[in-house]
Design a protein around this ligand. Sequence first.
Ligand code: ADP
Ligand code: MG
Length: 448
Amino acid sequence: MKLDVDVLRYLSKDDFRVLTAVELGMRNHEIVPTELIDRIARLKHGGTYKVLKNLLKHKLLHHDSSKYDGFRLTYLGYDYLAIKTMVNKGVFVGVGRQIGVGKESDIFEVVCEDGTVLAMKLHRLGRVSFRAVKSKRDYLRHRSSYNWLYLSRLAALKEFAFMKALETHSFPVPKAVEHNRHCVVMSLVQGYPLVQVKQLQNPEVVFETILAIVVRLAEHGLIHCDFNEFNIMIDDDEKITMIDFPQMVSVSHRNAQMYFDRDVECIFKFFRKRFNLSFQESIDDNDDSNEEKDEDGRPCFSEIERSAGFLDKELAASGFTRKDEEDIQRFIEGGEEADTNSDSEEVDSVEDLNESNLSLDEEHENKGNDESCEAGESGAPEKEDATDEEENEMEDEAELNKSLNKQRQRAIAATRRGRKSLASRNSYKDKGGRSSHSSKLQKQLSGW
Ligand code: ADP
Ligand code: MG
């Protein structure tokens, strides 16, 4: 997927308004009914339908009519919402080349107004697992499906919170600058991932430094859980920076010992193979006895004192809650079994919308409390069949146009008759339980 930032320039206020309406709708619909998008966006004269076509053309939305007519955000659509917010906030003014691609993230250079170059990480949690779920074609699994928007946003929040907390305690990490949705902006690390380095002037020193970080992390109550040559950056002066934090766990995690030993093992193995370091006794990969680990100089998890305490306070200050941690761990450990329902999404929706920085015209503001603008639980069964980004983008153009035009006409007619009639005809009407969410959405929209 290409992140063509130029497209941003051609997108109007209304485009972003509709895109945000889809995002809001996705809090409790995997595919957002077209009528609901129209009601949330509240563009004049059925304008939503024209905008939807434009967003579809730019691949910012995906159209799905298999169960009912609706749309969902694509990664690209979500990227643009986050980037637009960052630009509006003045975090950066331009997006440059891609500098990294991980299993579940894409990393780009971004440039600030003063010319400073930063790194922007776009989380893509669920990208891999979506395919796994699809291949199983198991409806029950779909029932417990997760929302990739929510998971990616959670991963970004966690990464940001940990980076900040670690920085406060003088760990060598990038400087956390800002986060929004699934996007984290941080300082650009000068150097390369250790995996690309073939030679070191002082391999022993580097090795000791890295090992000391693992131990110090544990003293602060944390385990990296993916501490390897891909997530350790090194510069020309052989200075180390550790990156990539969404999978970190507390030392009180039930598998803490295993995660810690695995991190340590990765370091030992890499330095032995790449730089021919030898450790007193030969390292037996299958040997997990603590005694022998001590002999070859491996730190022993049970002997590390949690002298520095936990970083709970700092993490909480960044807005990362225990519930967030439970949700993300469930996904990381349980793969596609994770159940991150949209309820969790509703909690901080206000903040999200404020961050959108999209302005609303006078007329929309005045209509802020219009009772017809409920955005609620679908009366029909939810569309659970998660479709993948690259798949199924081909649509029957004629059919889509027909459907959109029909709905547009209906919307115009409804507007003429007064908005209430549209709401009463809507099959996705709130069933009561979520009505508070509906009015909340409306209030948020008024705040744009
Ligand atoms: P993932 O979670 O997908 O593994 P990472 O955070 O490990 O993502 O980043 C992937 C790659 O992007 C890294 O190996 C590195 O090359 C590059 N990268 C990530 N963050 C930065 C940064 N702050 N500065 C420079 N390069 C970075
Ligand atoms: Mg990584």
